[in-house]
Design a protein around this ligand. Structure first.
Ligand code: TRP
Length: 73
């Protein structure tokens, strides 16, 4: 995992989008929630502590796997 340098990008398409980090390891729990308002961008990585990310609200997401929206109009 230490060799994973990939970033993901989240751009909020409405106010109050949450980018929630989930822990790596035996238990999977929320460890951080970042609130983005419309137009705000978060650039993040998966780390030793973060195995998954959950995004709540309307947002554009870019990863090395492609680009997607959490929801459509
Ligand atoms: N302290 C967290 C970590 O190093 C910070 C973090 C990294 C994070 N990627 C994240 C928080 C994605 C939320 C979502 O793992």
């Amino acid at each position: 995992m230490s060799s994973n340098n990939d970033f993901f990008v989240v751009r909020a398409e409405e106010d109050g989008v949450n980018v929630i980090g989930l822990t790596r390891g035996n238990t999977t729990r929320f460890h951080h929630s970042e609130k983005l308002d419309k137009g705000e961008v978060m650039i993040g990585q998966f780390t030793e502590h973060t195995s998954a990310v959950k995004i709540r609200g309307k947002a554009l997401i870019q990863t090395s796997h492609g680009e997607m929206l959490t929801e459509r109009e």
